[in-house]
Design a protein. Sequence first.
Length: 321
Amino acid sequence: MRSPVATVLVFTSVAFADEPVLTLAQTQNPNALYRLFSTKNVFNLLLLSTKDGSLRKIQWDGKGSNTFNVPLPRCSGADVPNSHPGRYTLQPTENVWTFILLDQDTEVDHDMVERLVATHASCPDGDRIAIVGSRFRDTKGQSAEPIRLDSRGDLWEEVESAITSGSLLSLRAYSAIAPFRDEFFIDYVDTEYCLRARTAGYRVIQTLRPLMSHTVGAPTSHKLPWTTKWTTNHSPDRRYYIARNNTVLLREYGTSGRGSWRLKSFVRCYRLVKRIALYEQDKAGKIYAVWQGWWDGLHGHMGPRRAPRKQPSSMGHHADP
């Protein structure tokens, strides 16, 4: 089954914890700007903006003559530049304590939800699990393996972090840990949340079995006589956020002392620049973005990327999905 949306939002369960949550309206146009969902409470409807994920509760009084329009809390990080109608939808749930996050280009297995729930149930100390991540098949590239920790079960292994897409998120843990870090915007948001969760005493686990197909960037392979190199061909903006946010994570969570996190970050950025220079298009724009991200990370400049004073000359273009 291919997921048609960026995120499956079921934070409605927070607002209606004492009610059956949602009845999905299958006949509506999923690409409409607004969609109206009925709940099993006949006086309550949910109005969703499919473009930005904002949600409002529409309520009739007992006589059905007056309506109330109440905005509901938004999912942290829902704002996405250049978003489009149809990016967000709601899915019904009977579970008021968890929800699943998905990217719009993730293809999920038909039994993903059942296996995620079973994986969570099989792990001892379930109240201390922040995220159950889905192992995934990269159908176009070669993605990095997660950093594994010592704990392991029949269905799961404990990891340092899990990617956002395909993750089963505990709302209890989310309330205690605090929301995703909006200022990271796009890259390393999931990594930072997992590190913060583990610092607070929670666990992050991942399924042993792949439950979805997911591709990082627009990967290409480059054969050398002795090996094959892969690169993701991310856009300059993505290269900026990758370099900046990784630098910030090294500064805040790294174990290197006496400022050596700066050197470690520089070495990582240098390797990234070398890969761009050897294998990718738009080399100048991407290399400048990496340098700018590293510099901003060193100095704590967060938020959206600042426009460069002078745009580097282009050496080609490769679309980033």
